[in-house]
Design a protein around this ligand. Structure first.
Ligand code: HEM
Length: 165
């Protein structure tokens, strides 16, 4: 007898698909190892801008330029590995949650890229434009990280490593 808890045939087909990581080193998924760098650096840029606003010390302008650049470069690197997982693993690309995470991550990369560009071209625009972008970037890092964590903890994505690794 069918109960209301039985998944639909479509959901059952998605649940049966492989969700193991295809890009891993010695059994460790590379994307999960790489994302800590952009997350930490993007939050650091916000702290750096607030310190610059408070102190006016130009050291923090240079620190913000380097932190924003490093957040963008490490974020794009992590994003490329995440995109490979998304495209290569059937159980990852068939889950809507993976695409939600990818959209939040792309928004984050666009914001941190713009933040870096503002600092390269117009350092004096850091207050208020750079600071506003840093705040927005911190929000989108949180959204991307939250949805990435959901993929692991709720969907069991990337916990096992695929034979194709
Ligand atoms: C646009 C490109 C991206 C795609 C397609 C993508 C895709 C994925 C996938 C498929 C997973 C599951 C784990 C795995 O298979 O390795 C994941 C996890 C995760 N992603 Fe992304 N990702 C992208 C960019 C990012 C960026 C830029 C960040 C950081 C801001 C990020 C943060 C996370 C986090 C925190 C996890 C959970 C890791 C863990 O708890 O161990 N992702 N992502």
């Amino acid at each position: 007898m069918k109960t209301s808890n039985d998944p639909s045939p479509v959901i059952r087909r998605v649940a049966e698909q492989d969700v193991s990581s295809a890009v891993a080193i010695a059994g460790h998924p590379v994307h999960a190892m790489a994302v800590h760098f952009p997350i930490a650096l993007a939050i650091a840029v916000l702290g750096i801008d607030l310190t610059y606003w408070w102190s006016g010390d130009e050291f923090w302008l240079r620190a913000g330029l380097w932190a924003a650049g490093a957040a963008f470069v490490t974020g794009v690197t992590a994003g490329l590995v995440g995109t490979a997982e998304l495209l290569l693993v059937p159980g990852i690309r068939s889950r809507a949650a993976s695409w939600t995470h990818a959209i939040a991550a792309m928004m984050f990369l666009s914001i941190i890229g713009m933040n870096w560009t503002v600092r390269l071209l117009e350092p004096e625009a850091v207050i208020p434009l750079g600071l506003a972008l840093s705040g927005l970037g911190a929000v989108f890092t949180g959204l991307a990280g939250y949805h990435g964590g959901k993929l692991i903890l709720h969907h069991g994505v990337g916990i096992m490593v695929s034979d194709q690794e």
